[in-house]
Design a protein around this ligand. Sequence first.
Ligand code: FRU
Length: 502
Amino acid sequence: MTAATATTADTFRPALHYATRNTWLNDPNGLIFHEGLYHLYYQNNPLDNVWGNMSWGHATSPDLVTWTEHPVAIACDDDEDIFSGSIVFDRDNTSGFGTDSAPPLVAVYTSAFKPGSRHAGLQAQSLAYSRDGGYTWTKHSANPVLSRGSAEFRDPKVIRYDGGAGSYWVMVAVEATDFQVVLYKSDDLRAWEPLSTFGPANATGGVWECPDLFPLPVDGDPGNLKWVLTVNLNPGGPNNGSAGQYFVGDFDGTTFTSATTVTEGHQDPARLGEYQWLDWGRDYYAAVSFSDAPDNRRLMIAWMNNWEYANQIPTSPWRSPMTLAREVSLRTVDGRPRLIQQATGDFEAISGAGQSFTLAATELSDCTRVLDGAAGSVQRIEATFTPGNAQEFGLIVRGNGAHGTRIGIRPVPGTLHVDRRTSGRTDFHPSFPSIDTAPIRTINGSYKLTIYVDRCSVEIFAQDGQVTMTELIFPAPTSTDVAVYALGGTATVSSLDITRYA
Ligand code: FRU
């Protein structure tokens, strides 16, 4: 096999998001800020643009927006595929893979052992180390370092715990088909001892994958730290297929205790809407956070695709973008801690950034209005709507006549939706053309949407990041109109600002 080559114009290649040159990617792996750069490793097929030959690809960015692709970091071999995992900077050289004066980066990844291997049928955790700041990697000679004799034990995220119980490495990983997060501790990254397990809880409609565990201050108060446990699941998301959920609670160095569990054990399908989702859209999966991000920020990136149709999306020669980086924080909403998410990165680093369009307050009455001068395919749209008596109102992006991606709000029953049935190419998979919904309520009588449109995607941050929806779209390059609309009555666009990039 050779890497795919371009056959059609690459009109879906994003400007603000990372995509490989000409290969397949899925989960972000080993996210770390190190020596002034954000390192993004990822599940990669170096030889093709469909899933297979799983290895860790690698890209770096100074600004989370402009990325440089590097050679494959950790490659599969005859014995193992390199599944998802994480990287830590072992600053005290606890692993001994570096020296005290030149401490190493250590990758903890899942070895998915192949049929010919002496570990055939197992998934177990392995190490690789880099002594050159993350560009070249050596597999540890005594891999795997942690096996449970399981075929579904994967996706280790390692963090440094410094708290009341001491100072050591903590690994969260999953027993995927048991809906369990398993926690281990280590002093040297090589020898691991079990701490506890978490789950099943809340959504268990698919396998659990790619967990993460991190502390955040509530409402910015450093004296009130809570721990967030994120768990991706596939399928079983709120709008079908792949999605991520989170729990908020405490971690005492041994056990994570959730304060936001709605159902213990297996899920109650009727309560899916009550679980806490990282994103309500179809294309936000395997989300994981950076280690060592500057200023204690908690930054996450997800794979922008859905296993339902991932291998069929019509991009070429590459397949699958990452999402934008998001800064997450915890805010008390209705008495409960909620994750608030904002896109982050230096968008001005994109050439052509900064042209703008503004619409003065406008009342809409049962109409669709294409906005002259607002057209674009790479843009940030900030819109505030005040409801009147319309049943539905919102925006159409990447539009052309009656076609486009509809981002609508229905005050009753209180939903935000993305309707991508006429968003462009939808014929590559029967489950792609969909209307997907998330719950939304007014804040001070209005609805505020921040929408990033980037050639093949929309990422929506509603109500200052309380609700997010991320969806792929595949419009014709000529579909660039932006319209506002109200159906069956009135609604006011109180403000609308567009920044165009590229
Ligand atoms: C999630 C996942 C992980 C696994 C990887 C394999 O998308 O299934 O659980 O490590 O992808 O590519």
